[in-house]
Design a protein around this ligand. Structure first.
Ligand code: EPU
Length: 420
């Protein structure tokens, strides 16, 4: 699928932010911890959610859309059977079935998960954490075979504050006998949201949002109703679009407290905006200044917004230093921006310099991962002329109908199926 985007259209009005992708994916997995019904609201209509639900259905989960953004899930008939390798390979988040399935069954076979190619994404922290809780595991050429004879709480020290490893261990620990303490846990808003959901299900968890999480295991979690938090990355994407395109737009339905460092960095770059309770009103920004953009775990600048800051840097005066500290393959979008006229120096897999301001011109470019894709859409909207983005279906994995969403504020994006 291809997007054809006409640049420099006047953008104006209000754009709504969807529920958080990286919160709903572990929450879907967490519904397997109970055989009671769970109702989840503010679920984004994105293809990663569809894939997680397809995996769940394939093992006996009963899933229904009971509203445009509401899911009702019952896993009372869940069966232990191999997951469909093709589905698991579609997204990295399929790894999130590991923890809850081991909480429910004594063995689990996880095919090697796929997902965005953004660097080396090992599973050692997940597996070592589960080993501490009493699991044994073996890696075969196609899968991870994990089993146990009863989970037991333990201290788990993560070498990396991995988001999905923290989530897997928290979910497994809910069924472990005794207390689990996760040290160097991830504290991202989506980890906090999963914990909020688990607490509603009856779990005894403290320390969510800090680097030490304590779980007192219990065997009986019940159903729960929960509303997913707004997506901070969706919000950041549209806020940066407003600033980079010098538009007067409002980004609404957001949690500002999840974006403190992002907003402070944007202000340091010269962006002008007002903070309301659940919205940001962006004013037509004057001169933007370069800035050092270094990705950090929460509450720092999230790696998922690094490519968006990269586009903004092309419109800022001076040289911005971009340091992607988490992943090794997340600067590829800069080569596409270079084709559009950006001045870029990539010094290694983690570091680049972008010098601006440079006008961007419409070109044929390609998107290789989700957040790179979002940055190219923003670049295309501020560029002169038409940009064609190949592989644009990747955007549907994490942004709800981004073309229709952006059309509401005046963007012109035409979706063309590759078959045409
Ligand atoms: N890491 C290890 N060992 C592990 C796991 C991770 O060394 O066992 C390292 C990774 O190599 C990386 C760092 O830890 O350097 C962080 O990786 P993490 O495990 O936190 O990433 P993830 O859990 O696979 C989630 C999000 C990503 C987001 C990262 C970082 C989900 C489903 N995915 O991935 O989201 O970039 O955290 O915040 O929550 C996206 O939405 O586009 C996306 C890629």
């Amino acid at each position: 699928m291809r997007f054809h985007i006409q640049g420099q259209k006047k953008l104006t009005g209000t754009i709504h932010v969807s529920g958080a992708k990286n919160a709903i994916l572990p929450i879907i997995a967490a519904t397997t911890l109970t055989n009671k019904t769970c109702i989840i609201d503010n679920v984004p209509r994105i293809s990663d959610v569809d894939t997680m639900l397809e995996i769940l259905r394939s093992v006996g989960g009963s899933v229904a859309w009971t509203g445009e953004h509401q899911l009702t899930i019952s896993n009372k008939d869940l069966e232990l059977q191999p997951l469909d390798t093709k589905l698991v390979k579609r997204l990295r988040a399929s790894v999130l079935f590991l923890g809850p399935f081991l909480a429910r069954f004594q063995s689990f076979s996880l095919p090697e998960p796929g997902g965005c190619i953004i660097g080396n994404r090992p599973l050692d922290s997940h597996l070592e954490g589960l080993r501490a809780l009493g699991c044994i595991w073996e890696r075969t050429p196609q899968s991870y075979e994990v089993s146990h004879s009863g989970l037991v709480g333990a201290d788990v020290v993560l070498r990396e504050a991995s988001v999905t490893a923290t989530e897997n261990i928290v979910m497994a620990a809910c069924a472990a006998r005794g207390t689990t303490r996760i040290i160097n846990a991830a504290s991202e808003p989506h980890v906090q949201d999963l914990i909020a959901f688990l607490i509603k299900m009856g779990a005894d968890i403290s320390g969510g949002g800090t680097s030490t999480i304590t779980v007192n295991g219990s065997n009986s979690l019940g159903g729960a109703q929960h509303t997913v938090i707004p997506d901070p990355i969706d919000a950041g994407t549209y806020i940066i679009l407003g600033i980079a395109s010098k538009s007067k737009i409002t980004v609404t339905d957001i949690r500002l407290d999840h974006l403190d460092v992002v907003l402070e960095t944007l202000r340091a770059m010269g962006a002008e905006f007002d903070r309301l309770e659940r919205s940001i009103i962006i004013h037509q920004t004057g001169v933007l200044k370069s800035e050092k953009i270094e990705t950090r775990i929460y509450p720092g600048i999230p790696t998922d917004l690094q490519p968006l800051f990269g586009v903004l840097a092309t419109q800022a005066h001076g040289t911005s230093f971009i340091h992607e500290t988490l992943f090794e393959s997340r600067l590829g979008y800069l080569s596409e921006l270079e084709k559009m006229g950006a001045s870029v120096l990539i010094s290694d897999a983690h570091r680049a310099y972008v010098t601006g301001p440079t006008p961007l011109n419409g070109r044929n470019i390609e998107c290789r991962d989700l957040r790179a894709g979002a940055s190219l859409v923003v670049a295309a909207l501020i560029a002169s002329g038409e940009t064609s983005i190949e592989n644009a279906q990747i955007l549907d994995r994490g942004y709800e109908k981004i073309d229709e969403h952006l059309a509401q504020i005046g963007a012109s994006i035409i979706r063309e199926d590759s078959a045409n």
